[in-house]
Write a protein that binds this ligand. Sequence first.
Ligand SMILES: [Zn+2]
Length: 371
Amino acid sequence: MTIYTKLPLGARVAATPERVAEKVSGGAKSGTSLDTLALAGSNTKNRPNLLEKRARAKYLSRTLAASLARLESPLEKSYWNTWHCASVIEQEGGKLTSRYCSNRWCLVCSRIRTARAINAYHPVIESWESPHFVTLTLRTVTAGELSERIEVMLKAIAAIARSMRTTHRLSLRALRKLEVTSRPGGLYHPHFHLIVESREQAELLYDLWLAWHPELASREGQDVRPCNDRSLVELAKYLTKVVAKTEEGKRIIPVVELDTIFQALKGRKTLRPMGFKLSKEVEESIEGEKIEVEASDAVKRVEETVYWEWIQEMTDWVDRETGECLTGYQPGERFVAFVEGVEEGSGAIESKGESAITAEIQPVISAMSNG
Ligand SMILES: [Zn+2]
């Protein structure tokens, strides 16, 4: 495996004027991409375009993948696949193509899946009369109990849906998401978020969840509320929180805990429709093992064939022949410090710069749509 600790001098020097030019022009590129058109003339300073967002995701994702791979877990090989995800972007015939790892923890691939999920489910949920957001939890578990607990929860929600239909004559129609977060003291918190078609269904689901788990579910642990504009995005975004907050208020990436979570979720679909179906192809494109990614439009030198190669130190894909950068993405100082902290194994930054978190880290870990 090649690790670019040292850049050919030409690349670094040549890339600099290009970057300066892009900074001056506010990141706008020549070319015909939708992002460029949408952003032309507006203040683009704080609104990275699609390729810049992909670069930002790649920057953190590669470091995260390396940290996970070093744990020597059963997923090691898959973590290295993520390290290589979109390492080269091939430009030919005005199109950009790349090979993606399709792994769920990959921040580059998550963004693609999340955007697709939102596009696919939004029209369905919009057609529902009074969609409600439901959170269902049970008591936390240890790492050793996590996999079995997830199994129990998946069986319970299926059994409750059956009971609603047969005993209560009220079929459940919902979009169900399984999430797992880590808690201090080596504990894990698997839980469901659901967008349910109606209030009536949501309340019955809530009651039955409590009745099903008299020992493990508390009233305070569950929640039902009407959906708002953000509900679907909240539901579709990343399946666990990559960045956790310690008791001292530091932001860290709990790598060991994440590995435990990813192992427990292996082979399990986390986002599922209940009581309705998408077409097989659409569902596969969201939750399938392999995600097919369509080519996107070239943004510069559109007539040429170019191999843009990811160089971590440049936080960009670079044409080694000319030293030109593809996206012009420039991470903020605090984000760089954060990513380098992950690299060194601490994965921690002080919490003082809340704005740095919201501006750069949050969009990456939330794997938001629109890009
Ligand atoms: Zn990937």
